[in-house]
Ligand binder design. Structure first.
Ligand code: DQA
Length: 152
C-alpha cells in the first residue's frame, strides 16, 4: 500500500495555552483537542498528520524547512509570529510546500496590528474566524490540492 501524504500542522507561540488563554477569543478547546480533531478528520481523507507546537521562532523555521521534499502540505497557525516574522515567511517560501494559513479568531476584526500577515504571502489561502474548525477546512483544502496534483 502506498504511504499516505504527510501534512505538517505547525502551531506557534502561546497556542500551548489554548483552552486557558483568553477563552472568550480562542474558545475552551485545548491544543490536544484540536490535534485529536485533526487526526480524526485527516484519516478518511487519506492523510497522515504531524502535529507540532513551539514558542520558539527558530524551532518553527527548522520544522518548516524539514517539510521540504517530505511533506505534501503545511497547515500553519503561526500565532503572533504571523504578524512579525519574515523568517517564517522565508522558510515557507524555501519549503515550496502547499501551505494553508489558519487562525482561530478573525484577525481582521481585531487590533490593527493583527491585520497584516507575513505568512499569507507564502500561503495558498487563509482561513480565520472559525475556531478549531478552520484546521479541518485547511485539511480539506490540502486534500483537494494534493488529489488534483496526483491526477494532473
Ligand atoms: C491567532 C491570532 C494571532 O493574532 C494571535 O497572536 C495568536 C492566535 C489565532 O489563531 O487567532 O496567537 O493566530
Amino acid at each position: 500500500m502506498a504511504t499516505a501524504p504527510v501534512i505538517l500542522i505547525v502551531n506557534g507561540p502561546n497556542l500551548n495555552m489554548l483552552g486557558r488563554r483568553q477563552p472568550e477569543v480562542y474558545g475552551r478547546e485545548t491544543l490536544a483537542d484540536v490535534e485529536a480533531l485533526c487526526r480524526a478528520h485527516a484519516a478518511p481523507l487519506g492523510l497522515e498528520v504531524e502535529f507540532r507546537q513551539s514558542n520558539h521562532e527558530g524551532v518553527l523555521v527548522d520544522w518548516i524547512q524539514g517539510a521540504r521534499d517530505r511533506c505534501a502540505g503545511i497547515v500553519i497557525n503561526a500565532g503572533a509570529y504571523t504578524h512579525t516574522s519574515v523568517a517564517l515567511l522565508d522558510a515557507l517560501l524555501a519549503a515550496e510546500v502547499p501551505t494553508v494559513e489558519v487562525h482561530l479568531s478573525n484577525i481582521h476584526q481585531r487590533e490593527e496590528f493583527r491585520h497584516h500577515s507575513f505568512v499569507s504571502k507564502a500561503a495558498r489561502g487563509m482561513i480565520c474566524g472559525f475556531g478549531s474548525h478552520g484546521y479541518l477546512l485547511a485539511l480539506d483544502a490540502l486534500a483537494r490540492l494534493i488529489r488534483g496534483n496526483r491526477e494532473a
